[in-house]
Design a protein around this ligand. Structure first.
Ligand code: RP5
Length: 151
């Protein structure tokens, strides 16, 4: 994530990955304030054995696109809700990548963070049968938790 202040949103991605038993790490890496850290992190990611990167940022949210430019790993972008523009700035600056450098962009805020984790898990599950089972169980439990009649 681009800032510690993004954690309230991005913790939902981490919690979802943890629920699914997907090992992961959480880092603050800012495209603007720590550009060298971002460069080093993205360049080393594939070699360290990471399989995907979820990048959350708000405002002029360059982090996901810059990370995507620096690695061949799939990058999922989460637009963090900004105070001034309610995350529309984050969304547009993450989703409108030029052809050639994709960022899989999710919804603004908590829903996007959760879905980024679920999408990353689904990608990993294509080559991990045990994770595929856990993902199916997660979906079944979610379906089972939806009451037909409101309480
Ligand atoms: C972005 O600037 C971060 O991703 C964060 O969403 C936003 C504001 O950061 P702070 O000023 O709260 O650290 O780089």
């Amino acid at each position: 994530m681009g800032s510690r202040s993004d954690w309230e949103t991005m913790r939902h991605a981490s919690e979802t990955l943890a629920k699914l038993g997907v090992p992961h790490e959480c880092k603050v890496v800012s495209a603007h304030r720590t550009p060298q850290r971002m460069y080093d992190y993205a360049q080393a990611a594939a070699g360290r054995g990471l399989r995907a990167i979820i990048a959350g940022a708000g405002g002029a949210a360059h982090l996901p696109g810059m990370v995507a430019a620096l690695t061949r790993l799939p990058v999922l972008g989460v637009p963090v809700e900004s105070h001034a523009l309610k995350g529309m700035d984050s969304l547009l600056s993450i989703v409108q990548m030029p052809a050639g450098v994709p960022v899989g962009t999710l919804a603004i805020g908590r829903a996007g963070a959760i879905n980024a984790a679920l999408l990353a898990a689904a990608m990993l599950a294509t080559t991990d049968a045990a994770l595929a089972l856990r993902l199916e169980r997660f979906r079944d439990e979610q379906t089972g938790s939806v009451a037909e009649t409101p309480q």
